[in-house]
Design a protein around this ligand. Structure first.
Ligand SMILES: Nc1ncnc2c1ncn2[C@@H]1O[C@H](COP(=O)(O)OP(=O)(O)OP(=O)(O)O)[C@@H](O)[C@H]1O
Length: 339
């Protein structure tokens, strides 16, 4: 077995870009922000987009480039998902920090503007009351404090708050960008990842670089410096492709007993059904030989089943329901025809 790789710091932190210009794949956002950094006169900002695409990294980099290591701690307040998100935190912690004015400071190489920054990660998990209270706080203290709101879903940020910010959308990272960042980490950490493992990592991380780096570090910790595709699958909780394909093959047989046997075996093996459904959806959507109307029927059932699972329904019955509807769709059986 290859030697195990000693770990200390999480690699997502170790390889987090420190400068705005080093954030990959968000050229448009970075161009505008670099211009803004020249004047050091920032508006309130709202960064939104899928997970692991560089939103937090960009906010931290801007703050660092403005204040440098010495002033950073006193000028920047970071609040993330582990902090309380209710109205009380807005009335106390945020307000207390935002209200105190700061003067101009001089630190060589850093603009040190005369305002502070509050970075609110996962702002879309804040209650509506808290967001309303924040709206007033951002207005009242806008001369002395700038806010960076970070979220995945902009629709969950109340309009009066969103409209007070410059909005920046972060795109999911392309496979090439993910691969090049991963290659960089592999080179630095002395890891060996073949082309198949790289492609698997890209597929299972779905454009989320944080997830890709975390899987890579977990695999290195468990399997050493030579990492295979199956090592990555086993640390990711992703269901092996052949299990998903066997379920579809069983449905294609058109026989309920065959599908039921496959479903029972999947449940007995303990695979999480909601994850299986997500992967089954990908297989259905990308199947060239399934006509659109059949795909639509199966996708609708997957959506209904997903909701049932969230509400606590039985995994075996839900998976069997998906398999049954898949057979019905593939063989154009009317809904009333039940096995
Ligand atoms: N565009 C990018 N360029 C370079 N590295 C990136 C980029 N996006 C993500 N990363 C890497 O992934 C890690 C996580 O990124 P980050 O915390 O910025 O994601 P995020 O968009 O804020 O995600 P979330 O919505 O889950 O908070 C970073 O430490 C960095 O190593």
């Amino acid at each position: 077995m290859a030697p195990l790789v000693p770990m200390s710091q999480p690699w997502v932190e170790k390889y987090r870009p420190r400068q705005v210009k080093d954030v990959a794949h968000q050229e448009e956002v970075i161009r505008v922000l670099n211009n803004t950094l020249q004047t050091a006169d920032l508006p309130h900002m709202l960064f939104y987009g899928p997970p692991g695409t560089g939103k937090t990294t960009t906010a931290l980099a801007i703050a660092y480039q403005l204040y440098g290591p010495e002033l950073y701690k006193s000028r920047v307040l970071e609040l993330n998902a582990s902090d309380d998100r209710g109205i009380n935190v807005v009335r106390t912690k945020i307000k207390n920090f935002a209200a105190v004015a700061v003067g101009t400071a001089r630190k060589a190489g850093y603009p040190c503007p005369p305002y502070k920054i509050i970075i609110l990660d996962e702002a879309d998990s804040m209650t509506e009351d808290a967001q309303n209270a924040l709206r007033r706080t951002t207005e009242t203290y806008s001369k002395v404090t700038r806010f960076f709101f970070i979220c995945n879903y902009i629709s969950r940020i109340i309009e009066p708050l969103a409209s007070r910010c410059a909005k920046f959308r972060f795109k999911p990272l392309s496979e090439e960008v993910m691969s090049s960042r991963i290659m960089h980490i592999c080179n630095e950490e002395g890891l060996n990842l073949n082309a198949q493992a790289m492609s698997t990592l890209s597929v299972i991380s779905q454009g989320d670089l944080r997830r890709a780096i975390t899987y890579l570090q977990s695999a290195a910790r468990l399997f050493g410096s030579s990492i295979s595709s199956s090592d990555l699958i086993s640390v990711s909780g992703v269901i092996p492709e052949d299990v998903v394909k066997s379920l579809l093959a069983a449905c294609r047989s058109g026989e309920f007993d065959v599908a039921n046997k496959e479903v029972s075996s999947i449940i007995a093996d303990g695979y999480p059904v909601s994850q299986l459904m997500a992967q089954f959806l990908d297989v259905i959507v990308s199947a060239d030989d399934i006509p659109d109307d059949q795909k639509a029927r199966i996708c609708k059932k997957l959506g209904e089943t997903d909701k049932c699972l969230v509400d606590g329904a039985d995994e075996y019955l839900q998976l069997l329901d998906v398999a049954s509807e898949t057979i019905r769709s593939l063989f154009n059986m009317p809904r009333t025809l039940v096995f």
